[in-house]
Design a binder for this molecule. Structure first.
Ligand code: PLP
Length: 408
């Protein structure tokens, strides 16, 4: 008899996007001529940059000739991409990394979800709240989260990020072994300044905590005071793993490419106190369970760092960030409390008049025909907020604000 991993049975079904779809479909059925504008999606809408497409076309041709054909590549990624990553994303910011500290993957969701494989089940987990759900659910699967009661997991330390603390999380009151930080943040669109992140790195250094630092939205940072990498903070290589993605940077959500950085200075411990290199464990996991990101994809990712690629990527980010700026200003004019959207493609709104997240979602859908994402879907501290994204089409974004201005 094969026994199942019963921790999977504890997973809470995420009805968030299904419930949103249901409500939107009901509305469409009863209001067939109304044009709905979707500002809830967390997916990019602009096409892949030309430089990326050209590199991928060329890579397809490489695969068509005997002397340039590639079969299995290095599990951790091709040196051409790893070198481009180190040179552009790290060396350019004064951070030195060795090639075997970078692991190219098929995206940050997989990496942030899989990293727990190399850590003991008994570690305690801390997350900022609201949170990208993958951090929680992957730990539920591993059996680290305890029991789900009143909207929270008993063994997860939730660190609230709300307007009251300006979305700057306080150090946790309870011991955590593993801490997930995501900056720029999904869903709140807020960031940590260098000195704020330094507080966390120092806390981790003093308390033997490992920080899982998800920087999937790094490319959206505009403010020079906001760190792009946790390794800009002294000592961070001893305590942090960083996750990056080409998804939101360069339109790779459907292509799939990201990477993790696991510094060789970073150690975990065995129960009897021996220190173990997490880089070695992650490498072992990678080579056992992953056969490398496709050659064509990696050539596309490499092109992100070419001079044309950089320009084209900047144009994509500028487009979304212009949307974000338009949304921030327009929403403020409607009298709403607006957060995020300055260094991230997400806008986090306080619901007006004490409405619940779902109450405001329904009001927006029925009165303004706009779809957002109820903040409570990202965790208990998201109640009373709603997320809008700047990934929409410009004309639709403007139309949405026009409608809001006339309705709210
Ligand atoms: N991390 C965060 C915080 C995200 O919001 C997302 C996607 O929405 C991801 C990771 C997933 O990135 P990828 O497409 O590289 O798997």
């Amino acid at each position: 008899m094969a026994l199942v991993n019963e921790h999977f049975l504890k997973l809470q079904n995420s009805y968030l996007f299904a419930d949103i779809a249901k409500q939107v479909n009901n509305f469409k059925a009863t209001h067939p001529s109304d044009k709905i504008i979707r500002l809830g999606i967390g997916d990019v809408t602009l096409p892949l940059p030309e430089a990326v497409r050209a590199a991928m076309h060329k890579a397809v041709d490489d695969m068509g000739h005997k002397d340039t054909f590639r079969g299995y590549g290095p599990d951790q990624g091709y040196p051409f991409l790893i070198e481009a990553i180190i040179k552009n994303d790290y060396a350019a910011r004064g951070i030195t990394l060795e090639p075997d500290e970078v692991f190219v993957s098929d995206g940050a969701k997989c990496d942030t979800g899989n990293i727990g494989d190399i850590l003991c089940r008994d570690n305690s987990i801390g997350v900022t709240d609201p949170v990208y759900p993958v951090y929680i659910d992957s730990n539920v699967m591993a059996g680290r989260t305890g029991i789900f009661e009143a909207g929270k997991w008993s063994d997860v330390v939730y660190i609230p990020c709300t307007a009251e603390n300006h979305f700057v999380p306080d150090l946790p009151g309870r011991r955590v072994d593993i801490l997930y930080l995501c900056y720029p943040n999904n869903p709140t669109g807020t960031t940590l300044k260098k000195d704020e992140l330094k507080k966390w790195v120092n806390y981790a250094l003093e308390n033997d905590v490992i920080i899982m630092y998800d920087a999937a939205y790094e490319a959206y940072i505009q403010d020079p005071d906001v760190p792009h990498s946790i390794y800009e903070i002294k000592g961070a290589k001893k305590v942090a793993i960083e996750f990056r993605s080409f998804s939101k940077t360069a339109g790779f959500t459907g292509v799939r490419c990201g990477y993790s950085v696991v510094p060789k200075e970073l150690n975990g411990f065995t129960l009897d106190g021996k220190s173990v290199s997490l880089n070695a464990l992650w490498n072992r996991r990678f080579t056992t369970k992953f056969n490398g990101t496709g050659y064509i994809t990696q050539r596309g990712a490499e092109a992100v760092y070419s001079p044309e690629g950089k320009q084209q990527v900047k144009a994509l980010i500028d487009y979304y960030m212009t949307n974000a700026g338009i949304m921030r200003e327009g929403l403020k004019k409607c009298g709403l409390d607006v957060f995020g959207g300055e260094n991230a493609p997400y806008i986090w709104l306080k619901t007006p008049g004490g409405l619940s997240s779902w109450g405001f979602f329904e009001r927006l859908l029925h009165e303004v025909k706009i779809v957002g994402t109820p903040g409570v879907g990202f965790g208990p501290s998201g109640e009373g907020y709603l997320r809008l994204t700047a990934f929409g089409d410009r004309a639709e974004t403007l139309e949405a604000l026009h409608r809001l201005n006339h309705t709210l």
